[in-house]
Design a protein around this ligand. Structure first.
Ligand code: NAP
Length: 455
């Protein structure tokens, strides 16, 4: 895939970028390693000042950064602004908490003094997706840099200007040269990078094939990885739920980021007794959404990020229909305009044998399932290869406890939408990946947990 900015709302090619050649990549690796040798000796207090300064820049120039995101990947401008603000929050969170999260921990043993010491690993490679082009990077960079690591970013090829803007923010904030660099390279270069001894570990957010490829390369070198992959999150609605609130949240949760979020609610699992009403209300909400230019403040749903995503989503819907699914609304790309527009779509009557029941729809397509009771709801929720998040709606405390206990996912949200929060760990199980980002768990992923024992 060429490294380029193509406006997904118009299809217009705005700018292309020459990928780095091998000599340029080698120079950046050298610089990263040299930077680490000094940077890991800096104090938490110094790193914290630079990280707070990142947050200041993000907040002061949020509209400029939001415009780059919307231009390159099509998210509604108001959502892009919220994303920049959230990046500032994660920078401040780790600026304030890193020293405490990484403080020595004394453990009483037969030694005169034994303790756990956390030390940075070195150069960490981050392979990141386009869908939250600022947030995904800052949620890696804030803890990694506060821990004393240095970062190399291989961002998705369709968001090069976001990638360069992030590198510049971190530089301007005062971090020493080389502590965070963007590598404008294609995906095919990643495997080779993992064999370079200066790269000590890697994190990837993206698709399963990309995760498998990176983890295989890293595994051959015995290097640690964190993988944040796809999801097909269930959204369970039981009889006692506040139906209006559930439907409103269901709509927001499915349409977030033009339907292209790993933790979007994708499978709506509703008990029979309230299913007709839920379906009617959801249909009304979906049909009321305003599709259009993502730069306009009234737009709810912008274009998909690339023509390939549009094509894949369309083929997936057609395959689902061929296997018996019914289309309640939407179901075809919008051909009346340029750009990668796909309408809000609801699929029903999806049998367990329908292949799409096991797949992730990375666009504004909701799958609606009817179940007789909570047992069937939990069974269906768990019947996918994924295990990222889950949202479940009930006011019955026994049901709530069962949902928390029995759903197979990295997170369960009761009567609310699955979302990431710097204070809470984030990540998946099963084929959604492994490792955690955010919170104390996130900063502990890329450190040497050193045991110290003194007689
Ligand atoms: P993708 O194609 O896997 O791209 C993600 C990143 O991986 C890009 O930088 C891409 O580079 C790179 N890449 C692609 N193939 C690779 C390979 N074989 N080896 C190494 N790197 C490779 O993912 P996407 O389709 O853009 O993103 C959608 C997927 O990401 C969905 O499944 C979504 O659920 C998941 N996702 C998960 C999370 C989470 O936190 N769990 C968050 C967001 C998205 P190029 O752009 O150069 O190809």
């Amino acid at each position: 895939m060429a490294i380029a900015t193509i406006n997904p709302a118009t299809g217009e090619l705005l700018k292309t970028f020459e990928p780095l050649n091998d000599a340029q990549i080698a120079q950046k690796l050298d610089l990263a390693q040299q930077a680490f040798e000094k940077y890991h000796k800096t104090l938490f207090g110094e790193r914290s000042v630079w990280m707070q300064s990142c947050a200041d820049i993000l907040e002061q120039e949020k509209e400029d950064f939001a415009k780059i995101m919307t231009l390159e990947m099509g998210k509604p401008f108001k959502a892009a602004i919220a994303e920049v603000e959230k990046c500032a929050v994660v920078c401040r969170y780790y600026a304030e908490h890193a020293a405490q999260f990484l403080a020595d921990v004394t453990v009483t043993t037969d030694a005169s003094h034994s303790f756990i010491k956390y030390q940075p690993l070195g150069v960490i490679l981050a392979v990141m997706p386009w869908n939250f082009p600022f947030w995904q990077v800052f949620r890696f960079a804030a803890p990694a840099l506060m821990a004393g690591n240095v970062g190399l970013l291989k961002h998705a090829s369709n968001v090069p200007q976001c990638a360069l803007a992030i590198e510049e923010i971190i530089q301007r904030a005062g971090f020493p040269k080389g502590v965070f660099q963007t590598l404008l390279i294609g995906a095919s270069k990643v495997t080779d990078l993992m064999t370079d001894e200066r790269i000590k570990a890697a994190t990837l957010t993206g698709s399963e094939p990309a995760g498998i490829s990176l983890a295989t390369a890293a595994g051959k070198q015995i290097k640690k990885t964190v993988l944040e992959l796809g999801g097909s999150d269930p959204f369970i609605v039981l009889e006692s739920a506040d139906l209006e609130a559930a439907v409103a949240t269901a709509t927001t949760a499915r349409m977030l980021n033009n339907g292209q979020s790993c933790i979007a609610a994708k499978r709506f699992i509703v008990v029979e007794t309230i299913a007709d009403k839920f379906e009617k209300l959801l249909l009304e909400k979906f049909q009321a959404l305003k599709i259009g230019d993502p730069m306009q403040s009234e737009t709810d749903l912008g274009p998909l990020a690339t023509p390939d995503i549009l094509k894949d989503l369309d083929q997936q819907v057609q395959a689902g229909v061929k296997s018996g699914a019914k289309v309640l609304t939407g179901g075809h790309p919008l051909s009346d305009r340029p750009g990668n527009f796909y309408p809000p779509t609801i699929l029903t009557d999806i049998s367990p044998e329908n292949p799409v029941a096991q797949e992730e729809f990375f666009g504004p397509v909701a799958m609606l399932f009817r179940v007789p009771n909570i047992d069937a709801a939990i069974k269906l929720a768990n019947a996918t290869p994924f295990g990222l998040g889950a949202s479940a709606w009930t006011t019955n405390s026994q049901e709530r406890d069962r949902l928390i206990e029995e759903i197979e996912a990295g997170s369960v949200f009761i009567n609310g939408m699955v979302k990431s929060d710097p204070r809470l760990p984030f990540g998946g199980i099963k084929r959604s990946g492994y490792g955690r980002e955010l919170s104390i768990q996130g900063i502990h992923e890329f450190v040497n947990v050193k045991t110290v024992w003194v007689k």
